[in-house]
Write a protein that binds this ligand. Structure first.
Ligand SMILES: NC(=O)c1ccc[n+]([C@@H]2O[C@H](COP(=O)([O-])OP(=O)(O)OC[C@H]3O[C@@H](n4cnc5c(N)ncnc54)[C@H](O)[C@@H]3O)[C@@H](O)[C@H]2O)c1
Ligand SMILES: [Zn+2]
Length: 348
């Protein structure tokens, strides 16, 4: 069992527990005050797990009940948030009560949005049940719902606690583990080669407890330095400038698009910063089962989607590049570099 802590100055704002068999950590986080109401939010695939936790809380004397949201991104809507508010109203929730979110990144994003806004802020606990949720979405206090575009409404809100049960992650369908691997390997490339090595040793069945702990440690360090994304937090976007464009243009999943985006960013890194790890990065992504080439799409549409990227400013397109594994830099890239980056993924 490992504990990670997010601090704001001297104050602990969030704790993250990673282990196997985490019921005791979860009940510690929730407490045993019989006056306390607990709402356990889930989606259909996590219903059984959420019910198990709800029953566990009830067995401790808490007033606990479950509430099921629509699955996946369908939950990330203002109308769903409003339904959750009404559910909490119907149970006369106060600021002393607690919302627990059991599910993937979409579910924890909505849970956090509710937590940041209901009664102007109520405590939330996350139990991330996907690898991407565990290493990325549940860590760092960003929440969001979709309004036409993705995550266009959100608040910064740290969960009081995040409880990651590695046994749950080990049982995930293989596609889910591959999606999450893209973000874990990204984290490895920017800040901890040990994650890359874990996937190199065992591409299909890495030690997830190690991978998750290492990935969380990096994200915690980066977020602690830069909670609201002015500076250093940007390095977490490695692979995402081209990745988001590929996701938009081709409809590829986020994880696959990020893998392709990392290959493009690797090529740009080699050109601008002399990065020597292009081959190694592509090899580990392939070994895991992630793509390294884009589907057949026109250069112009990918370039246009990149131009809409949030990280563009007056000086041009800014990308996170690597001087070496573990040495990311935010660099303004010229057109020739963009061409080289897209050429490396077969878009030219
Ligand atoms: N807040 C952040 O910082 C942040 C960072 C990255 C991503 N995100 C968000 O996370 C979301 C993606 O998260 P995701 O990849 O976890 O997808 P997801 O939450 O949509 O989950 C994918 C599917 O897996 C199901 N599922 C969840 N746990 C399962 C389990 N244990 N077994 C079987 N099925 C399970 C889900 O119900 C869903 O159907 C996006 O909405 C994205 O915007 C947020
Ligand atoms: Zn991502």
């Amino acid at each position: 069992m490992r504990l990670h802590v997010i601090r704001d100055g001297d104050e602990v704002v969030s704790t993250i527990t990673v282990g196997r068999g985490v019921d005791a950590s979860l009940t510690d986080a929730v407490g045993t005050d019989p006056q306390r109401k607990v709402a356990v939010l889930c989606q259909p695939p996590t219903f059984d797990l959420a019910m198990r936790y709800t029953n566990l809380f009830a067995s401790l004397g808490l007033d606990a009940s479950g509430y099921t949201l629509p699955d996946g991104e369908a939950a990330k809507q203002i109308s769903v948030v409003e339904e959750v508010y009404r559910h909490l109203n119907s149970r006369s929730f106060t600021r002393d009560d607690l919302v627990v979110g059991v599910g993937g990144g979409a579910l924890t994003d909505v849970t956090g949005f509710v937590g940041g806004t209901y009664l102007r802020g109520i405590a939330v606990v996350y139990v991330p049940t996907t690898l991407l949720g565990a290493v990325d979405a549940s860590i760092g206090g960003k929440t969001g719902v979709n309004v036409d575009g993705k995550n266009l409404a959100g608040v910064f809100k740290h969960p009081q606690a995040v409880i990651v049960d590695v046994d749950t992650l080990d049982q995930l369908p293989v596609e889910q583990r591959v999606q999450g691997a893209a973000e874990a390997i990204k984290t490895g490339c920017i800040a901890d080669i040990g994650i890359v090595e874990a996937y190199e040793r065992s591409p299909r069945a890495p030690d997830l407890e190690d991978v998750v702990n290492r990935s969380i440690a990096v994200k915690v360090a980066v977020v602690t330095e830069d909670f609201t994304e002015q500076g250093r937090r940007a390095i977490l976007n490695y692979g995402h400038t081209v990745g988001h464009a590929i996701e938009t243009v081709t409809g590829k999943s986020h994880g696959e698009a990020v893998a392709i985006g990392m290959v493009a960013a690797g090529a740009a890194s080699a050109r601008m910063l002399g990065f020597g790890g292009v081959r190694r990065q592509a090899d580990v992504l392939s070994a895991v089962g992630l793509p390294t080439k884009a589907p057949d799409v026109p250069f112009a549409s990918v370039r246009a989607a990149m131009a809409l990227d949030k990280k563009r400013d007056a000086s041009g397109l800014r990308m996170v590049l690597l001087r070496d594994f573990g040495s990311p830099e935010v660099v303004t890239v010229d057109d020739a570099t963009v061409r080289a980056a897209l050429d490396a993924i077969g878009v030219g």
